[in-house]
Design a protein around this ligand. Structure first.
Ligand code: FES
Ligand code: FE
Length: 449
């Protein structure tokens, strides 16, 4: 595959124009899998999906199937789901428990820590030749269990995950660490998986903090079943938005978030919970979050994206989304919904119903978003359409750079975060080293201005 090197023309961050080619072109997509998805830290899953020794959960990194597995000793691993003999998928199930992975093709077996164990007719056919250690399942280069969420990278030179997060950490913390932060404090209450015909970057960009698209959700807000309103309480969300001070932050690593600095009391909770058990529970969550995170707890993220393809919600629905690429114009969305393990059953049930109503393929707002992404993708594949770039000129230069929150901080709706994301995407596509990929705030700003 010839490598493209015209990204400086395709991604014009200074001018605020980005070519549609990067959302539809097959060569760019192949290069993206190689240059972005084999290097960046990617979300694989959550430890609560594999609570016991021998538990496994098949996940994805880029287009590739991987196995998230807890071995006999209780350690977590992530392996490429492909046999070292002829490449057969060694695990064809979504999740389960096993003592060995047995390849269906010729029956090589692998232990739960990835070691090649059984080879049929080994003495006769392979004696003295086959190095079992060298033919173990391919493991990721680095793995991190961060507050229960499991992340991995194929790049042995990648920085540790906390360095990779940079100043975006405190925002992600709120999605992961809602309450008391005990080991395994949260659990995944459900996973939605679905495929939609759009480029993965539409979804990642949407969650970077594209608050400008809120009119898309006008219908759910009008009838009072939007993100912050119970039935019959229309208008509450707007009231709450008024009270909070909003910030949109572009981080030099390519991450982004739309957060709100809340008033002292958590009026968001009070505004829509009529049930004393739920109100008590959510108030407790807020107080615990404040105790653990200090002032940072007042910054509650609506949405955020960790570069490249992991998004999150810090308020309800609290959880993580992975946007797995399938092709330039096809993406598999996974939503992991999180809840505190020891939350009252009533709270879990309330959240379960809330998540299903609000998010996922049948959720009210997710459908709105997907319509935008898939129609925009389809309308950008044509020969004529591809000649005209997308406009990213919103709120050019409208941010501060010396804010204690780090990154470029805007107090108005902005595409600065998207510009920062695509600038960092360009660095990956050009094969930048990790110093460049992590960026510096100054470097990020210079490019944007
Ligand atoms: Fe797995 Fe042959 S492909 S044993
Ligand atoms: Fe939306």
């Amino acid at each position: 595959m010839p490598l493209r090197n015209d990204f400086d023309q395709l991604v014009d961050v200074k001018g605020g124009f980005i070519s549609r080619e990067i959302f539809v072109d097959a060569d760019i997509y192949r290069q993206e899998l190689d240059k972005v998805f084999t290097r960046a830290w990617l979300l694989v899953g959550h430890e609560s999906l594999v609570p016991n020794p021998g538990d496994f959960y098949t996940s994805r990194m880029g287009e590739e199937s991987v196995i998230l597995c807890r071995d006999k000793k209780g350690d977590i691993h992530v392996f490429l789901n492909s046999c070292r003999h002829r490449g057969m998928k060694v695990c064809r199930y979504e999740q389960g428990n096993t003592s060995l992975f047995t390849c269906p093709y010729h029956s090589w077996t692998y232990t739960t820590d990835g070691k090649l164990q059984g080879v049929p007719l080994h003495r006769t056919l392979y004696d003295g030749v086959l190095d079992r250690e060298a033919n173990s399942l391919v493991s990721v280069a680095k793995l991190c269990n961060y507050k229960g969420s499991i992340w991995a990278t194929w790049d042995k030179d990648a920085p540790d995950f906390i360095t990779y997060l940079g100043d975006a950490k405190i925002h992600l913390d709120q999605a992961l660490d809602c309450r008391d932060g005990r080991e395994g404090g949260s659990e995944v209450i459900g996973v939605h998986k679905w495929v939609f015909p759009a480029n993965w970057k539409f979804a990642a960009e949407n969650f970077l903090g594209d608050t400008y698209h809120n009119p898309s959700h006008r219908s759910v807000d009008l009838i009072g079943i939007g993100p912050s309103a119970a039935a019959g309480k229309k208008g509450r969300r707007d009231d709450e938005l008024e009270k909070a001070q909003h910030v949109w932050i572009s981080f030099p690593e390519g991450h982004g978030v739309h957060s709100a600095i809340q008033p002292e009391a958590n009026e968001y909770i009070e505004s829509f919970l009529d049930n004393p058990i739920l109100e008590k529970y959510f108030r407790h969550c807020f107080e615990e979050r404040k105790r653990r995170l200090g002032e940072g707890a007042r910054l509650l993220p609506f949405v955020g994206t960790i570069f490249p393809n992991t998004s999150y919600h810090g308020r309800q629905p609290r959880g993580l989304c992975a946007w797995h690429p399938h092709s330039p114009t096809s993406t598999e969305g996974w939503r992991f919904f999180l809840v505190d393990k020891d939350a009252p059953n009533e709270a879990k049930e309330y959240l379960r119903r809330y998540y299903m109503r609000y998010s996922g393929p049948a959720g009210m707002t997710e459908q709105d978003d997907m319509e935008n992404w898939l129609y925009a993708t389809a309308a950008s594949t044509g020969t004529v359409a591809r000649r005209y770039p997308f406009n990213y000129q919103q709120s050019m230069g409208a941010y501060v750079t010396d804010h204690p929150l780090g990154g470029d901080v805007s107090t108005q709706v902005t595409e600065q975060i998207a510009r920062g994301f695509y600038r960092r995407w360009t660095t990956y596509m050009q094969g930048g080293d990790w110093h460049e990929l992590l960026g510096s705030p100054a470097g990020n700003r210079q490019a944007a201005e």
